[in-house]
Write a new protein. Sequence first.
Length: 380
Amino acid sequence: MRFARKAIPIAALAVSGLIATVASSPATVGAADHLDAPGLTSPDGIGQLDINDLYVFEGSPGRTVLAMTVSPAAGTDTTFANGFRNTYSIRIDKDGDAVEDLTYNLQAPFQLLGRQVVVVREATGKAAQSHAPRGTFNGFGVSGKGFGLKGGGKAFAGLRSDPFFFDLSGFLGTVEGRGDDVLGQEPVDFFDGLNTLAVVIEVPDSDLNDGGPIAAWATTSRRVNGGWKQVDRMGRPAINTVVNSSGPIVGAPNDAKNVFNAGRPADDVANFGQGVIDALQAFSSLDSEGAYSDTEAGALADVLLPDVLTYDKSSTLPAPLNGRALADDVIDVELRIVTGGDPLDLFGGRDADGAINSDGVGPHADYRAAFPYLGRPHSS
């Protein structure tokens, strides 16, 4: 679908709600969740605790992969936040109440012979809900190398190729007015060639819900004044930036992103439900079929909140409505749905196309078929 040049900048503002803007310097990139604090900065100003993306997908037979990436545009010398005062967590809800029943906590307490020592703990019950890195010892290793976990799982923490893909040049041209490129027109994947820090955990399905429904989200936390503070969180890509965009379409309070990052999924409907409805109606008004009705926007809000990445091996829904693999083009799915398209045929009278259906770029070529699945880091 082609659009008049005049309409593209307006529609592309919706993309700014989906994806944080990217500065002209490669050192400050934005993607599904990069730089989602006010002023397009990392939460708490700490890039090493800034969550980029979360992935949940089928690994080797009978196993599920849980992966989070952090630290936008990581350099070859970028490391996880050192010490026992910083924690990277992947949280799992097994019973649908948006409260974690299982949490994998990872810390990198110190360096050893040029690598970071990595410790993984597994917390269940009340301990899983804590911001503190509670739980029983589950395994340890060093950064950049896979290591085993109790019960047959395995883990990896280290520098990898960033699996995210997006037409940044088109975004800058349409939203930022930098150049004449248009989103999806002669697209170029800016993220092809960039690195990220990755935490990858692969566990038997029996550790989760035997392949049945789960919900996952990632958090980072740090110890402040004797207690633990949640710095960032993420479930599905871009929910925070959609609901809490301070741009001209939504106009959310500037501090709303920080409130969201510090919150818990179980509180999302109460705290951000109306914001999701308002955002969906604003973005979908760019579609030629008009904005979502109250009923339609409310139904979609019930899917998007709480902000968790749901995953069920028996489901046929597309990512990120059901899991997210490295090659899944979640941005195209979200662009289509948020800007007024109905590809799942949920609502009578709407076609599958939204105001923007694709950014025109696809998956990278360096994903691996085996653990840790993300491509090897680029050397420069």
